[in-house]
Structure formats: structure tokens, C-alpha cells
Design a protein around this ligand. Structure first.
Ligand code: UD1
Length: 427
């Protein structure tokens, strides 16, 4: 397993380009199944989860490949609606194939998805939505079989604004007969990106970005060329790292409008932020201030995907902060590791109570999930001494070579790959 080795304490400075959004690219790759032909996607990040999605598409008979800076997905030879169990278990986002496969073949067989261990992560809202569109669903142990002789538009209210359920229902409804309305829909920017992609292929969807989305079913979608939006979570991770190391960093190719809640709390912590079109500057010359209370909730509130990373800034801030996690139950696993590094944090149910310390110290720690891993990278960058992060594969699921990203900003961070893996790569 790869390790990241960080010599901490360097102030980050310089400029970095933000990659395309993982959470937009994954459903869009799955949505390619809804058309018959070659889709060209730009600004797709190079990540483990993206490779897994491409492998699944290939196993379904499509041809998904990298070509220069693009990913090309040719779906004309798609011939299977069985998502293989081994790949399904590798990531949660394999669930996105349900809606598109149902739309294209009227049938889909999947398994309970895998993914980060950050909570129960049910899929009941996905299944309820697809049932409302006419699918008959049978669950046998880990396998889920889903059939619909035809999909028919429906009014669907989500009990919780689930990002994935909203996207799955949108994709299935695109080729359904009639109109589908999703109320209490999730409002994340990635949902708007999916709407724009589907509409570019000839879909008829309005409302993404609000809590009501209306999908007028169409008969057919036409392949297109599309550019994925910037990754707001990668951008947020860099912004927090800049602040935690008291650095001065410029981010290019980002979308500041997608980061309003983070910008707001960073400013409350005393961090200076400058915004000009798709460029942002972040600087923090003195010790950050504690932020009394932050609560994660669905967009546009503070994102759960930045909770672990922001906790590093609070751990180093002057004063006492509370972080409340309302989206996932199991998202404080990084706290044990941070304690080893000298942080003063205690947990009660879904609240973390953080008393800022002057300094964190390097240690050997383990990434337990994707964003917890990113948080440990920030902690290592800000800490005094050497930090070794194990189980880096969690981080690789969602960051395009995180060590390169931070090396560009002057960090001393190296990836150590075991010799047997280096030999495998060379062969
Ligand atoms: C997406 C993001 C993930 C982010 C999350 C919340 C992608 C690929 N992933 O995940 O990075 O952390 O949104 O912003 O876009 N729930 C149910 N039943 C369901 C579906 C969800 O109870 O059928 C619950 C979940 O257990 C969780 C909450 O709803 O507690 C949020 O989940 P959801 O919005 O669906 O997140 P994902 O789409 O899995």
C-alpha cells in the first residue's frame, strides 16, 4: 500500500489549477448509457473512482477510454445490464448506473454498493424513486433486480434531499413517458451539471439547483461533447490547507460561487479571501480564530465533504469551536488520528468539541476514508515534524495525485510506493 510522507511546517504559497469535479463526473459517466454513440467529456479528473466507473462501463459492453485530456465513452455496443459485484462493491457511485440502465434496457441487476465507511448509506430513496417511475424491484440478499416494461413520469417527494437519489431519478426519468417532478430535491452544483449534460444531449429538465426539478421525458438522447465543472471539494481542501499553514495561495479554474459557505466560515476564522471570476486567493498571516459553531447540511450549507478538513483549521485556531455533522453518522474517524498528532478534540454523538492548540506534531496515522485522509494531509502539512499517512488508496479515490497538488505549492510531501507495486507498474 502506498504511503504519503510529509515534512510539515512549510507555508504553502503559489498557484494551483483545480481539477474537474469527481462528484459531477461520476453520474455524468453513468448517464452516457442513456445515449447510443460517442460522448466526449472534458475536465474529468484522473482518480480511482473514475477508473472504476470506466471499468464498469467497459464490462457493460461500452468502450470508455482516455484520449489526451478527454474521456471518450462509446455506448453503441452496450449489451449488458448486469453490474458486476466486484466493481459494484468498490465504490458507492456504482449505484448511479441504476437509473441509466433502467432507462436504456428496462432492466438492471446490481449489488449493494460499497464506498467510504462514513455511515449507514442506505439506498431506499433511490429505490422508492425508481418504483414511483414504474420499476418493479426485488432484493435478494446483496443483489437488487429491477425491471420496468416502461417508465412513466411521476411526482416524487424525497424525505431527505439525497444527492444520489435525485441524480438517479433524474437519469431514469429522462427517457420516461411524461413528466416527473422531484420535490425536496438536492440542490448541489453537481446536480445542475448533470441537468446541463442531459439537456445538451436533448433532454428536457429544469429546476436543478432548486428544490424542485421537472423532467419532461424525451424519446432519445443524442451524444454530445461536455466539460465537467470544477471540483469544489478539491478547491475547498486547498483553501483550508493554505489557511492551516498560514500560507498565501491562488486557485485557478475554480467556481467561487459553489464555495460560498466555506468562504463565509473561513472569513469568520480571520482568513483573507479574494475572488475574481474563476480565480481565488487565500491568505492567512496570523493564527486563525475559532468558529463557535459549524453545522454540516445539504447544499448550500456547509458541506459534509469539507468537515474533516476544516476541523484541522479549528484544531489549530485560537479558542473553542463546535462542529456538528448532520449528514453522515460515521464521519469523525479522523479525530482519533488527530488526537495522536496533539489535537484537543472530544466527540459527543454527532458533535465534535475542539479546543485549539498552538501546534500539531507529526505522527504515523491512517486514512480511514477519503475526506478523513485529506484532512490528515492538511494536518501533516501544518504539523511540526514528519507525518506518515497509511491507507492512501482512500485519498486516491477522490484526489488527482494529492501530493503533486501540494508539491506545486511548496509542500514537502512524497508518495512511497512499495517495491512490488513499482515492479507491477513497470511491467
Ligand atoms: C453524495 C456525494 C458525497 C457527499 C454526499 C452528501 C457523490 C458521488 N457523492 O453522496 O461526496 O458526501 O453526497 O453531500 O456525489 N440516504 C438515505 N437513503 C438513500 C440515500 C441517502 O437514507 O436512499 C442518506 C444517507 O445515508 C446520508 C444522507 O442521506 O445520511 C446523504 O446521502 P446522499 O445525499 O445520498 O449522499 P450520496 O449521494 O451518497
Amino acid at each position: 500500500m502506498d504511503k504519503l510522507v510529509i515534512e510539515g511546517g512549510r507555508t504553502l504559497s503559489g498557484s494551483v489549477r483545480i481539477h474537474g469535479a469527481k462528484n459531477a463526473a461520476l453520474p455524468i459517466l453513468a448517464a452516457c448509457i442513456l445515449t447510443d454513440g460517442e460522448v466526449h467529456l472534458h475536465n474529468v479528473p484522473r482518480l480511482l473512482d473514475i477508473e472504476v466507473m470506466m471499468s464498469i462501463l467497459n464490462r457493460l459492453g461500452c468502450q470508455a477510454r482516455h484520449e489526451q485530456e478527454m474521456i471518450i465513452v462509446d455506448t453503441s455496443s452496450a449489451n449488458s445490464f448486469h453490474v458486476p459485484e466486484d466493481l459494484m462493491k468498490q465504490m458507492r457511485s456504482s449505484i448511479f448506473l441504476m437509473g441509466p440502465l433502467l432507462g436504456r434496457f428496462g432492466e438492471v441487476s446490481i449489488y449493494q454498493p460499497g464506498g467510504c465507511a462514513i455511515g449507514e448509506r442506505k439506498i431506499d430513496l433511490h429505490l422508492q424513486g425508481l418504483r414511483a417511475l414504474g420499476a418493479v424491484i426485488e432484493e435478494k440478499d446483496q443483489q437488487i433486480l429491477c425491471k420496468a416494461s416502461k417508465l412513466v413520469g411521476a411526482d416524487i417527494h424525497l424525505d431527505f434531499p439525497s444527492v444520489g437519489a435525485t441524480e438517479n431519478i433524474m437519469m431514469a426519468a429522462t427517457l420516461a413517458e411524461g413528466t416527473t417532478t422531484i420535490t425536496n430535491a438536492a440542490r448541489e452544483p453537481e446536480i445542475q451539471d448533470l441537468q446541463n449534460f442531459l439537456n445538451q444531449m436533448g433532454g428536457s429538465i429544469i429546476g436543478a439547483g432548486t428544490d424542485t426539478i421537472t423532467i419532461q421525458g424525451v424519446k432519445k438522447l443524442i451524444p454530445c461533447t461536455y466539460e465537467i465543472i470544477p471540483d469544489r471539494i478539491e478547491a475547498g481542501t486547498v483553501m483550508i490547507a493554505a489557511a492551516a499553514t498560514r500560507g498565501n495561495v491562488t486557485l485557478t479554474h475554480c467556481n467561487p460561487a459553489h464555495l460560498t459557505s466555506l468562504i463565509h466560515v473561513l472569513k469568520r476564522a480571520g482568513v483573507q479571501i479574494g475572488v475574481c471570476n474563476d480565480i481565488m486567493t487565500v491568505s492567512c498571516m496570523s493564527r486563525p480564530r475559532a468558529v463557535e459553531r459549524i453545522v454540516t447540511s445539504p447544499y448550500p450549507s456547509f458541506p459534509t465533504d469539507l468537515q474533516s478538513q476544516f476541523m484541522i483549521l479549528l484544531a489549530l485556531s485560537d479558542g473553542f469551536s463546535v462542529m456538528k455533522e448532520t449528514v453522515f453518522e460515521g464521519r469523525f474517524k479522523h479525530v482519533n488520528e488527530l488526537t495522536v498528532m496533539g489535537a484537543d478534540i472530544s466527540i459527543d454523538l454527532n458533535c465534535a468539541f475542539i479546543r485549539g492548540v498552538q501546534r500539531l506534531y507529526g505522527a504515523t496515522v491512517e486514512a480511514t476514508d477519503l475526506r478523513a485522509g485529506a484532512a490528515l494531509v492538511i494536518a501533516g502539512l501544518a504539523a511540526q515534524g514528519k507525518t506518515i499517512i497509511e491507507q492512501v488508496h482512500h485519498i486516491d479515490r477522490g484526489y488527482d495525485q494529492i501530493e503533486v497538488l501540494f508539491q506545486k505549492l511548496g509542500a514537502d510531501i512524497q508518495r512511497h510506493t512499495p517495491v512490488h507495486k513499482q515492479l507491477d507498474l513497470a511491467n
